[in-house]
Design a protein around this ligand. Structure first.
Ligand SMILES: [Zn+2]
Length: 433
């Protein structure tokens, strides 16, 4: 609670003052990592760097990026030999299917909690409210009976209700509507695509029977037409973005114009990969890969972790809401899949995430699927009609042939793109034998 009160003051600081706070925390982190972890001692020594060499957040670029494979491989060498000790160990399955383990100290956990409640508060979700969580199926749990009992008690005390958002039959959606009427939640926390499917059902059947319930969406980017459907069917949508390794990274304020980043806990970079493989900071409006530095995790430092997500960079200007926390634009989905060109060379799915920003004004959803024979089908849901305008169709084909030379490409116009079994959107799907 003291941290939460603190964050409600710091969020009003200027971006410059918040950057200064970050630099101080970053220096502390690097000093600790250098003094107490084998991994960062080696990294800094190799580059002839000392903790004093980090005088601004831009100096972070002097350190290498930490991708998922490195994160996994360096768990022991990044774990600090001195206090604070590891208090929490969490293994996440991750969208790529390869599990990663994160370790952090108690202080880091308090920051994560306070940051989450601060961000949720912007969407009107305060501690103690009745919340309906409309979420995907829980990952296969190895937890014991006791852990389950503890979780049940936790949920009951926090007045949280959980409903699986993966069943999408009319009967299942109808039952959720009845649950909302019965539970009268103050707020909903939901997968963006799950809430959108529910809202469309409610709107089509004219079932809304409540005052607006704010919906905090997460787990995937919120599409514009989904936001409109949620607003009409349930209540105003507040997009949030986080990952299991660092928790809440950004959330929308009441102006719904980009996500304020959790600057007091994380440094969020958006990076663009150049043709020569080097990385540079994305310019405002550019889509890039997200790298996070976890400022309060001294027990097992995570510096410049590439979590596999993409977001649009924004200029650092102050939001009209008065908060100085710098913003990122929408999160565009996960870098998870690698396609192959006709010769079998790998092609990152990222190039197709970028594609959507080029045709997003004429298509409300899309998916790129590579079949086993390497042919590619681009499924498109146009805003109007049953085909794309000629110009956008040409852009699609040119883009696909440029990045996937020799691969046959077809465009398939559809009414709806089905979600995955876990209820999420996937932009790039690679079929496997
Ligand atoms: Zn704002």
């Amino acid at each position: 609670m003291p941290l939460l009160r603190y964050l409600r003051e710091t969020e009003r600081w200027s971006a410059g003052a918040l950057r200064d706070l970050q630099v101080g925390l970053l220096r502390r982190l690097i000093r600790h990592a250098y003094g107490h972890t084998a991994y960062y001692r080696e990294i800094l020594d190799e580059r002839d760097l000392r903790p004093e060499d980090f005088g601004s957040v831009h100096d972070l670029a002097k350190l290498p990026l930490l991708d998922r494979a490195t994160l996994r491989a360096t768990l022991e060498t990044r774990t600090a030999e001195g206090p604070p000790e590891v208090a929490i160990v969490k293994t996440t399955s991750g969208s790529s299917g390869q599990p990663v383990t994160v370790r952090y100290n108690a202080e880091s956990r308090h920051w994560r909690d306070a940051i989450r409640w601060r961000g949720y508060g912007w969407g009107g979700y305060e501690i103690g409210m009745r919340a309906l969580h409309y979420w995907g199926v829980a990952p296969v749990s190895t937890s014991t009976w006791w852990k389950k009992q503890k979780a049940n008690v936790d949920h009951a005390l926090k007045r949280d209700y959980y409903i699986d958002c993966t069943p999408r039959s009319e009967a299942a959606l109808g039952k959720v509507v009845e649950d909302i009427k019965r539970l009268r939640p103050h707020v909903m926390v939901a997968y963006a695509a799950g809430a959108a499917a529910l809202a469309k059902f409610i709107n089509t059947k004219g079932l809304r029977a409540w005052e607006p319930i704010p919906v905090l969406t997460g787990a995937e980017g919120l599409l514009a037409h989904d936001r409109a459907a949620i607003e009409q069917g349930i209540g105003p949508a507040f997009d949030t973005y986080g990952c299991r390794e660092t928790m809440l990274i950004g959330s929308e304020c009441e102006l719904h114009d980009g996500l304020h980043t959790s600057m007091e806990n994380l440094i969020v970079e958006i990076l663009v990969r150049e043709d020569d493989g080097s990385m540079r900071a994305a310019r405002p409006g550019e889509l890039g890969e997200i790298a996070v530095t976890d400022l309060h995790n001294l027990a097992c430092p995570m510096i410049r972790y590439l979590n596999g997500d993409l977001a649009v960079a924004r200029a650092d200007d102050r939001c009209a809401c008065g908060r100085g926390l710098v913003k990122i634009g929408s999160v565009q989905g996960r870098v998870t899949e690698t396609l192959q060109d006709a010769a079998g060379n790998p092609v990152g799915g990222l190039v197709f995430n970028v594609l959507f920003s080029m045709i997003g004004h004429v298509a409300r959803d899309f998916r790129v699927t590579q079949r086993l024979d390497r042919s590619v089908v681009i499924s498109i849901v146009p805003y109007v009609g049953d085909r794309l305008p000629e110009r956008e169709e040409r852009i699609l084909f040119e883009h696909a042939t440029k990045y996937l030379p020799g691969v046959p490409v077809t465009v398939d116009i559809v009414n709806e793109i089905p979600l995955t079994a876990a209820g999420k959107r996937r932009v790039v799907v690679v079929e496997r034998a």
